[in-house]
Design a protein. Structure first.
Lengths: 338, 437
């Protein structure tokens, strides 16, 4: 496989990993914002307990996406950051506010008032940032961003202001909310009442994904024709089949309270959806003017980057394994929740 | 004011904000690992308490550092797309390596902060050591990327495009080693002295506190080793700049006229029009000696450089003098503390020393900020030295005053909140009888 395709696959894989890890942390923030009823404080504590040790490591996947993009495909990075300057800047604000509010709340919640204030900032930024991420991915697929000779020709509002991009943003929010609620059912095994709250939320979010996906798909026909054509390729029915099995499986597992199975199926569903988008968009980074091959750096850069990524992965995998072993279960896990 | 001005201002604010947290992220894990290691070795519960307290503050600072670092990686493209289009393939490699170092740091910091009761003691301490090492490595990688902007190598220019790219040569450019050593030591000096200052403050209130006494000892030990080394590394770096970045060096020293046996100019008001520096302190032959170890050596002045390639002389000269003055003050302080400790064979706690340590709390960070002003403003008008001008690199996006104002306001607010949060962390948790622990 040519190196630029390998690095394109790395980009997609990092994005998928960011969605299923960091995306769920955003979802946790949404449920924090929507925490209601007599158990609101317990729900918030469960969310905090669940994401506190891992959210910073999860966040690095996004940085990896950016770094691989600007090292391997510099003109694509320049074009994307120029055409999407406005939503990307808003994403940065969301990232800064969310991370800061989260640690401030954790270490400085002296009373309920302060706690609520930081909770609101944390929750609100967790809600709007995924919307903007979806908006940007939708814009890349839309075909509205035009680039020639290193210049962005379509201005600063192309792509991300379309109905299709908005649908992508809403879909991303729903997806992350669904993931987070499903994860939280596993993480709250020690507290049945809160677990039942998150089960209800996961079911609601999961069910809402079906119409949201349908609307996005319909809007893609005009809003992202290249992707739409890609989704009629030979592999598309297969992937759609697997996605549907995962989606239905996740909902059924939630219904019968097999939460670990539900978590697995939900991850499978998100992975399939993003792979579908990636395959449909291949070989474009920005439809229709920026391709993997057309924007790739010199082979020397690509090959050394692949080696660096391999070496990094050798360090990374056991480290992540250990992190999740310590905090997310493993045979000797202590089920203390205090 | 132009969009270029606001792009530069936004970058400066973002870097100036992030670098404080980056330095703390390199320095604090070392202090924590030393404290916890001492607890493992001696069983001294005060050391364990210290590691735990430091970890709480570090958790907050690290989170803000992580998100403000993310802002920078995006801003490279948001503000300087033409630069990144040119340079991404050349100097992207250290950023990718930094990504993995940062991954490792974030993973093991999570384990360190939340794993006190979940993993064996030695494993916990080792997690802390991994955080310290990977934190340092992240800094090293990022600084090599910056060094490349000062000493661009690893490519050839054909039709203004880079070809025959060698990312390894770019990473190991002639400025890398000097800059990496200087910045890494700066992180240890600044963090060590800031922590020493905070604990000196509490020690002045409660002279018998074993907790603050032990904290002061560890922080001073780290700063005491790093500060003298930093003086040597500063000289090492300045000689490289004198040789390779003539304009930056001349601006640092406010040295206008090429001269043999050049004097060292300290302070004063550089005037680009008359090419003189008024009201300055002059040390005869000083500059020739420092730059070339020869009192008669010729040092190129700004006059040797085309006028449109001059950096802003005053900013660079004053920032450089501020950095050196802060550095020398810190050196004197740790020498004094070291002398007292050696003479009395105990942790130094003389009232005047404590007072001075409290006063010097922010000094390391002042030096870091001033040093980065020298590096970055001193390279102007170039974004890649002698290859691409900053004005060519800027985004076509109009209205950059808006993100500049927004980010400045957010960072100002965050900084203020952080001070309150950290203060409350410390004051609230430090009242009570720790020595009984």
């Amino acid at each position: 496989m040519p190196l630029e395709a390998v690095l394109g696959a790395v980009l997609l894989a990092s994005l998928v990993l960011y969605a299923v890890s960091g995306g769920a942390d955003f979802g946790g923030g949404m449920w924090d914002l929507l925490a209601t009823g007599s158990r609101a404080r317990r729900q918030r504590e469960a969310i905090e307990h669940s994401i506190a040790p891992i959210w910073e490591a999860n966040h690095v996947w996004l940085i990896l996406v950016i770094v691989v993009l600007f090292t391997a495909f510099p003109p694509a990075f320049a074009a994307i950051m120029t055409a999407l300057h406005i939503p990307m800047t808003a994403i940065l604000l969301g990232i800064v506010l969310r991370g800061s509010a989260f640690v401030f709340r954790k270490y400085d919640a002296l009373d309920d008032r302060v706690h609520r204030r930081w909770s609101f900032v944390f929750g609100a930024s967790s809600l709007f940032t995924p919307f903007l991420l979806g908006l940007c991915l939708g814009a890349l697929a839309s075909g509205d961003i035009r680039v020639a000779g290193g210049r962005t020709l379509s201005g600063f509002f192309a792509g991300w202001t379309s109905a299709f991009a908005v649908a992508c943003g809403l879909f991303a929010q729903g997806l992350f909310a669904f993931l987070a609620a499903t994860y939280l059912t596993v993480d709250t095994e020690g507290d049945r009442a809160v677990q039942a709250d998150f089960r209800k939320r996961a079911l609601a979010a999961g069910l809402s994904l079906a119409p949201a996906a349908a609307v996005t798909f319909v809007l893609a026909q005009r809003g992202a024709p290249t992707i739409f054509v890609g989704l009629t390729d030979w592999w598309a029915p297969w992937l759609l089949g697997v996605t549907s099995v995962c989606a239905v499986g996740a909902l059924c597992a939630l219904w019968v309270r097999r939460f670990r199975w539900a978590r697995l199926a939900a991850v499978g569903q998100v992975v399939c959806i993003l792979l579908g988008w990636g395959f449909a968009q291949f070989p474009y980074l920005v439809v229709p003017d920026v391709t993997l091959t057309g924007s790739a750096a010199e082979p020397a850069t690509l090959s050394i980057l692949v080696w660096a990524l391999l070496a990094g992965t050798v360090v990374l995998l056991p480290s992540f394994g250990y992190l999740f072993y310590v905090f997310k279960g493993g045979p000797g896990r202590r089920k203390t929740r205090n | 004011m132009t969009d270029l001005f606001f792009a530069r201002a936004q970058m400066a604010v973002s870097l100036g904000f992030h670098i404080v947290f980056a330095a703390v992220g390199i320095g604090m894990p070392l202090l924590m690992a030393v404290a916890e290691g001492r607890w493992l070795r001696t069983g001294d519960a005060v050391c364990l308490e210290l590691a735990k307290r430091w970890a709480r503050g570090t958790a907050v600072l690290f989170a803000v550092g992580a998100v403000s670092g993310t802002v920078l990686s995006f801003e490279l493209g948001l503000l300087w797309p033409t630069f990144m289009e040119f340079a991404g393939g050349i100097f992207g490699l250290p950023f990718a390596l930094e990504g993995f170092a940062f991954f490792t740091e974030a993973i093991f910091l999570g384990i360190y902060l939340y794993g006190w009761d979940r993993i064996p003691r030695v494993a916990h301490w080792l997690a802390g050591v991994v955080v310290a090492v990977s934190g340092m490595a992240s800094g090293v990688f990022v600084v090599t990327a910056n060094a490349w902007m000062n000493a661009p190598t690893g490519f050839e220019l054909v039709d203004r495009r880079p070809v025959r790219i060698d990312p390894i040569a770019a990473m190991l450019n002639p400025a890398s080693l000097q800059q990496v050593i200087h910045m890494t030591l700066a992180a240890y000096v600044a963090t060590g002295l800031a922590v020493a200052g905070i604990h000196a403050f509490f020690l002045r209130r409660d002279r018998e506190s074993r907790f603050h006494r032990r904290a002061l000892a560890i922080a001073l030990a780290v700063a005491g080793v790093a500060t003298p080394l930093q003086a040597v590394s500063g000289d090492f770096l300045a000689r490289m700049v004198a040789e390779r970045q003539t304009a930056k060096f001349a601006a640092m020293e406010a040295h206008y006229r090429t001269a043999a046996g050049a004097a060292l100019i300290i302070g004063g008001i550089p005037d680009d029009e008359t090419m003189q520096t008024r009201y300055a302190l002059r040390i005869p032959y000083g500059l020739s000696l420092l730059a070339h170890q020869d009192p008669g050596a010729t040092v190129l002045g700004l006059e040797a450089i085309p006028r449109d390639e001059w950096p802003p002389t005053r900013v660079v000269h004053w920032a450089f003098d501020l950095m050196v003055a802060s550095g020398l003050a810190m050196l004197a302080l740790v020498a004094w503390a070291g002398w007292l400790a050696w003479r009395r064979r105990r942790i130094p706690d003389q009232p005047w020393l404590l007072r001075m340590l409290v006063a010097a709390t922010p000094l390391g960070f002042v030096a870091i900020e001033a040093g980065w002003v020298v590096t970055e403003v001193g390279r102007q008008p170039w974004i890649i030295y002698k290859v691409m001008r900053t004005s060519e690199a800027v985004t076509p996006m109009p209205g950059l005053v808006v993100p500049f104002v927004v980010f400045s306001a957010v960072y100002l607010l965050l900084g203020a909140i952080l001070l309150v949060v950290l203060r409350r962390q410390f004051v609230d948790t430090t009242s009570g009888d720790l020595d009984a622990a």
